[in-house]
Design a protein around this ligand. Structure first.
Ligand SMILES: Cc1cc2nc3c(=O)[nH]c(=O)nc-3n(C[C@H](O)[C@H](O)[C@H](O)COP(=O)(O)OP(=O)(O)OC[C@H]3O[C@@H](n4cnc5c(N)ncnc54)[C@H](O)[C@@H]3O)c2cc1C
Length: 450
């Protein structure tokens, strides 16, 4: 068996994801070495590289973990076509999802577009197969094919990412297992309540590990289910189920992307093709840099830049602010997230952005526009999250932390805040931005009726 990783230039991860992938491959190389095997690394067009390795080694079959994202699927299809033409057996297996998207259909035989029936349907299916622990030996070839050096693949990315993000994460299978165990031990019992408060460590932070396949959804599913039986704390069943529901949201997003690959760039609700965005590079830049003047939005964008991750509640608030208060196209926000997240995942990201923009499957109704001040007061009531990511505001009292422009000047002065000098004044008035967004929505709806 020859474990092989190909860096195909058609797959272009953003800086933090590239950094993660580099570390992940290093960890996988070590695992194979411990099993007296190796991980061969190559670079180039995947079908050509595979054909060359098959020729060099006389391999009879090529097996891989099937992907359901459109970029990777195209590559997989080209590999399959080239190798089967050459008489090589090809086999792809689904290990990234709980179920094969081709097999999950509603009573009409079409894909689910609403989450709750999808969730209920998944619960009615046979449980996903439990992972099998591999204790066997990996049979090595008599001569190993050549491998490129990990550094030459270009994943060890710019030093700024390495330094910043390296402090927050431990990529690799071992890290993934430790994160899941820690979550089940310490946090799952409080998940339903804790998951919405960004200052707390209330969620699992498994997203990059799941994205890179360092832990599988089936492993998370079964370990959580076992934990729910073994843990005697009251309410564990409810909170464990709330967590598994998120794993099924991931599943839903991936099934949606498989069935509607064009959703990466096009809204699922076609009427949104006519939505009048107001593209403005200056506003987009202020949002990207965390300089909108709305502390909860800015804290989220700065957390993203510093750690490659943002809390889910804040992702929703920041995304809503961009597409509704600032009327910037959701595709711009999605692209920035893909560039800067360690868990950048085409399925979850596309789904999340379309959900917030109101144009996706089972999306939030358009008129439900997040108010960043109320959201901040509700989910970060003491302002701890804002203070952590915006040190300029660290001495602002909780009452004004989510709306410093409302604070009397002496309060701001004693907190050392000078609006528009060391922290921006709001770049848009939320009430006016909300009105403008609703107007744009009504215009679009009127056009549909014409
Ligand atoms: C605008 C926007 C963009 C997003 N982009 C991404 C992305 O690129 N990659 C990504 O993995 N997630 C994305 N999400 C979903 C979600 O924010 C993250 O999965 C979550 O914050 C990861 O943190 P966690 O692992 O601690 O989550 P937990 O709460 O511990 O959840 C466990 C797992 O369930 C899955 N999950 C949780 N929430 C969602 C959700 N809303 N949709 C789909 N799957 C979910 C993730 O795999 C997550 O790791 C996005 C959400 C929004 C609103």
């Amino acid at each position: 068996m020859i474990p092989l990783f190909i860096a195909d230039p058609k797959v272009r991860p953003g800086g933090p994801s590239a950094w993660w992938l580099g570390r992940s491959l290093a960890s996988l190389q070590e695992s194979f070495l411990r099993k007296k095997s190796r991980l061969i690394l190559r670079r180039g067009n995947a079908p050509d590289v595979l054909a060359a390795v098959v020729r060099e080694t006389g391999a009879a079959a090529v097996l891989w973990d099937e992907s359901f994202d459109p970029v990777q699927r195209k590559i997989d299809e080209a590999v399959h076509a080239k190798l089967t033409r050459a008489g090589i057996f090809c086999g792809a297996f689904n290990d990234s999802l709980l179920y094969d998207p081709r097999t999950v259909r509603n009573k009409q035989g079409t894909p689910f577009k609403v989450f709750t029936p999808f969730w209920n349907h998944c619960l009615s299916l046979e449980e996903p197969a439990a992972p099998v622990k591999f204790n066997g030996k990996l049979i090595a070839p008599s001569v190993w094919p050549r491998s490129e050096k990990l550094e030459s693949l270009g994943f060890v990315s710019r030093a700024q990412w390495t330094e910043k993000i390296g402090r927050c994460w431990d990529p690799g299978e071992k890290g993934a297992k430790a994160v899941l165990q820690k979550f089940l031990r310490n946090r799952v019992a409080d998940y339903s309540e804790g998951r919405d408060h960004p200052a707390k460590e209330g969620t699992s932070r498994l997203s990059p590990y799941l994205h890179f396949g360092e832990i599988s959804a089936r492993q998370v599913w079964h370990e959580t289910r076992q934990h729910m039986i073994a843990d005697r704390r009251p309410g564990i069943h409810r909170t464990g189920e709330a967590f598994l529901r998120q794993i099924v949201w991931r599943e839903f997003a991936h099934h949606m992307l498989f069935h509607f690959p064009e959703s990466v760039i096009r809204p699922l609700r076609k009427d949104f093709l006519k939505f009048q965005w107001r593209k403005d590079a200056r506003l987009l830049r202020a949002w990207q840099k965390g300089e909108t003047g709305y502390p909860i939005v800015d804290a989220g964008m700065r957390q993203l830049w510093a750690t490659g991750w943002m809390h889910n509640r804040v992702r929703m608030i920041a995304a809503s602010f961009l597409v509704k208060d600032l009327l910037q196209p959701w595709q711009e926000g999605a692209a920035w997230f893909m560039e800067t997240l360690v868990d950048a995942d085409l399925a979850n990201n596309t789904f999340g952005w379309q959900w917030v923009a109101g144009c996706g499957a089972d999306a939030a109704p358009y008129f439900r526009i997040f108010n960043p001040v109320l959201q901040g007061n509700k989910f970060d009531s003491e302002g701890d999250y804002v203070r952590r990511w915006i040190p300029e505001l660290s001495r602002v009292p909780a009452r004004f932390i989510h709306q410093p422009w409302e604070a009397p000047s002496e309060v701001l002065a004693s907190a050392g805040v000078q609006l528009d000098k060391n922290y921006p004044a709001p770049i848009v008035d939320h009430a006016a931005g909300r009105k403008r967004a609703l107007l744009a929505y009504h215009r679009m709806s009127e056009q549909r009726q014409k």
